[in-house]
Unconditional design. Structure first.
Length: 378
């Protein structure tokens, strides 16, 4: 049997591979060279550094990370050493869409802002950015897209330059991978130079990677009123984030935007399937069948006298009250890792049923485009 080392915080995994492999579960940060030397495969998250220091001299032939990001994997070293690796692209894209939707719903409801009058600028239009764009269009926002790699491949038709996006957008949300160097560098893409050219009062959202926005520059921009508000799920030097920036953020969360139960199940299944293909195990189509149901799976909304925005904000915030994550984190920022490790069950829109009283087919279509699949007009 093959030997697998798996991160003990990966959900729905325990017991799945055991009939076909010897599996050892360990905290990601403790998965070091001594631990992995006799392993054939690793199933990881971002806290495990998969580099020459930890992999040299090991038997590892396959690394599957149950995450979209893979900057914790030294891909050049792996490829030179004959170590296959895979990530889980798009696994939590629906979860991050829900995070941004809950952010927008909170802004709309708490600040009495009509989002149909606003422009959302999306920097990075991959799996996540595309879903965020679909959501924003469904609720009637104007959307500007910036993605230089896609624009180069596909033409500029659907995309705008970064300068145009930042000068025209009321809200800017980042969904780019972390690239420290090169043509499409994203390290400190959000910096003083960018913030100083933004539309007055702009709201900045970053749920991609902490280093995409220069946190010191963000704080200075807030203090100097170059930007209006900040929503951050990712931080430079996390878990040791800038406390002053946390205190000045409108919403602050501990890197959990992609932490819905659905996103975790997707990531786990993609990793199990990849390991199964690599070692010819009979789990090539496996998907968890034990995802917990939401606590209150039915959303009742009486649409009489409500605007479209009133309806969708009620529906979205029923599925995810983002301010609860903000409060837990803000009160105890020192528990960053514990908050991630013990994150409560959050289900995405498709896990809910919407009962819409005094609704219309137009409202039903809008909710369906947002991602609610079970809608009943009564």
């Amino acid at each position: 049997m093959i030997n697998i080392i798996a991160d003990n915080k990966i959900p729905f995994l325990e017991g799945v591979l055991e009939p076909y492999a010897n599996v050892t579960y360990l905290p990601g940060a403790k998965t070091d060279a001594n631990v992995v030397k006799n392993a054939d495969a690793l199933i990881t998250r971002t806290r495990t550094k998969c580099n020459s220091e930890n992999l040299k001299g090991s038997k590892v032939k396959m690394i599957a990370t149950a995450t979209i990001g893979f900057d914790h994997i030294d891909t050049n070293y792996c490829e030179k050493s004959g170590i296959e690796w895979t990530n889980a692209p798009g696994c939590n894209s629906g979860s991050v869409k829900q995070y941004v939707a809950a952010t927008l719903a909170t802004i709309a409801s708490q600040q009495n802002i009509d989002l149909e009058d606003k422009t959302l600028g999306i920097v990075g239009v991959g799996n996540v950015g595309s879903k965020v764009a679909d959501f924003a269009k469904a609720i009637g926002m104007k959307v500007l897209l910036n993605d230089p790699p896609r624009a180069e491949k596909e033409g500029n038709g659907n995309f705008v330059g970064l300068d145009e996006l930042i000068t025209k957008s009321d809200i800017i949300t980042f969904h780019v991978p972390l690239q420290r160097e090169g043509k499409y560098k994203t390290f400190h893409l959000g910096n003083t130079q960018l913030f100083s050219r933004c539309k007055k009062g702009v709201i900045i959202i970053n749920s991609s990677r902490g280093e995409v926005t220069n946190n010191n520059d963000l704080l200075v921009a807030l203090n100097n009123q170059l930007i209006g508000q900040v929503i951050l799920d990712v931080w430079e030097n996390e878990p040791d984030m800038n406390i002053d920036l946390l205190n000045k953020s409108f919403i602050a969360t501990p890197h959990i935007a992609g932490y819905s139960a659905d996103g975790k199940a997707n990531g786990t299944s993609m990793s199990v399937q990849a390991i199964s293909r690599s070692f010819d195990l009979p789990l090539k189509d496996w998907y968890p069948d034990n995802i917990p149901a939401p606590g209150n799976p039915t959303i009742h909304i009486d649409a009489y006298g409500l605007s479209h925005q009133d309806v969708w904000t009620k529906a979205v915030l029923h599925t995810y009250i983002i301010k609860e994550d903000d409060t837990r984190f803000r009160h105890h920022p020192e528990t960053f890792e514990q908050l991630r490790g013990s994150y409560p069950i959050r289900r995405e829109f498709q896990a809910y049923q919407v009962i819409l009283k005094n609704g219309t087919e137009e409202l039903k279509e809008m909710l369906n485009k947002i991602g609610f699949e079970h809608i009943e007009l009564v």
